[in-house]
Write a protein that binds this ligand. Structure first.
Ligand SMILES: NC(=O)c1ccc[n+]([C@@H]2O[C@H](COP(=O)([O-])OP(=O)(O)OC[C@H]3O[C@@H](n4cnc5c(N)ncnc54)[C@H](O)[C@@H]3O)[C@@H](O)[C@H]2O)c1
Length: 250
């Protein structure tokens, strides 16, 4: 690795599984100290090392404030916030319980607001920073069964664009990574074999991505190489959004 994030202090929410885990490990390999903040750990103190687990529930503003306070108290600043924590469910619109809609919006969209606001306040006080929100191609086009998930991710896209406009004056950049299908525990739970086959057929590259294929794009967005990029949505989707009526080679 080339040390693109040497000396940076980063938080990756959802950092203990799937895409977040791959991003956290790659950012650490690029020289950052990374706090992998996740519901899936009990850790409430920051240990030593360059990849440190810490408990957070992004749907709980008090929990997020504790995370950001602990990081700024320990390291003196926060340079990068990557928000990968997320949940999803494929369910027809007419059968979606209100509780399911509320839960997905609370974690994916409201969570991105809460995490972004806490991070941006810390970054403003320290002269700047970078925020990357992980949305989805399902937040940019209507995929079947994704009323709540798609609405939450579409909300994350516009939330991020407005944040980019509001926060540019504080030297804070805000961008979005919109993955296509990526082989992770979330997808193992959401995608039936039939859904999997449909994604492969509709994706020009004809395969799912590995989580690691998302990590390089996030390192780029966090690095000085992206110093003039803000308010951008970067799709890492094997050509899904760019495709037309047919995707198979002729
Ligand atoms: N896998 C895909 O195909 C795909 C495609 C597009 C977008 N995404 C998005 O990428 C992100 C990561 O997804 P993944 O596939 O790696 O999923 P994953 O289930 O493997 O990982 C998600 C992580 O988020 C954590 N998490 C869930 N709720 C949380 C909460 N309230 N507070 C803190 N942490 C919480 C989980 O414990 C888990 O570690 C999600 O936002 C997801 O919507 C995934």
């Amino acid at each position: 690795m080339s040390g693109k994030l040497q000396g940076k202090i980063a938080i990756v929410t959802g950092g203990l599984s799937g895409i977040g885990d791959a991003i956290a490990k790659r950012m650490a390999a690029e020289g950052a100290t990374v706090i992998a903040a996740d519901l899936a750990t009990e850790a409430t103190t920051l240990g030593d090392g360059d990849l440190v687990p810490f408990h957070v529930d992004v749907a709980d503003a008090t929990s997020v404030a504790k995370l950001v306070d602990a990081v700024t108290a320990r390291y003196g600043r926060l340079d990068c916030m990557v928000n990968s924590a997320g949940i999803g469910k494929d369910i027809p619109f007419l059968e979606t319980p209100l509780e399911t809609f509320d839960k997905i919006i609370a974690v994916n969209l409201r969570g991105s607001f809460v995490v972004g606001q806490a991070a941006a306040r810390a970054m403003r006080d320290a002269g700047g920073g970078v925020i990357v929100n992980i949305a989805s191609v399902s937040g940019m086009t209507g995929n079947v069964g994704r009323t709540a998930y798609g609405a939450s991710k579409g909300g994350v896209v516009l939330l991020s664009r407005v944040m980019a406009v509001d926060l540019a004056q504080y030297n804070i950049r805000v961008n979005v990574l919109a993955p296509g299908p990526v082989d992770t525990p979330l997808v193992a739970q959401m995608h039936t074999p039939e859904i999997r086959q449909r994604w492969i057929e509709q994706t020009p590259m004809r395969r799912y991505a590995s989580p690691d294929e998302m990590a390089g794009a996030v390192v780029f967005l966090c690095s000085a190489d992206a110093s003039y990029i803000t308010g951008h949505v970067l799709a890492a989707d094997g050509g899904f959004l760019g495709s037309g009526l047919t995707v198979a080679p002729i």
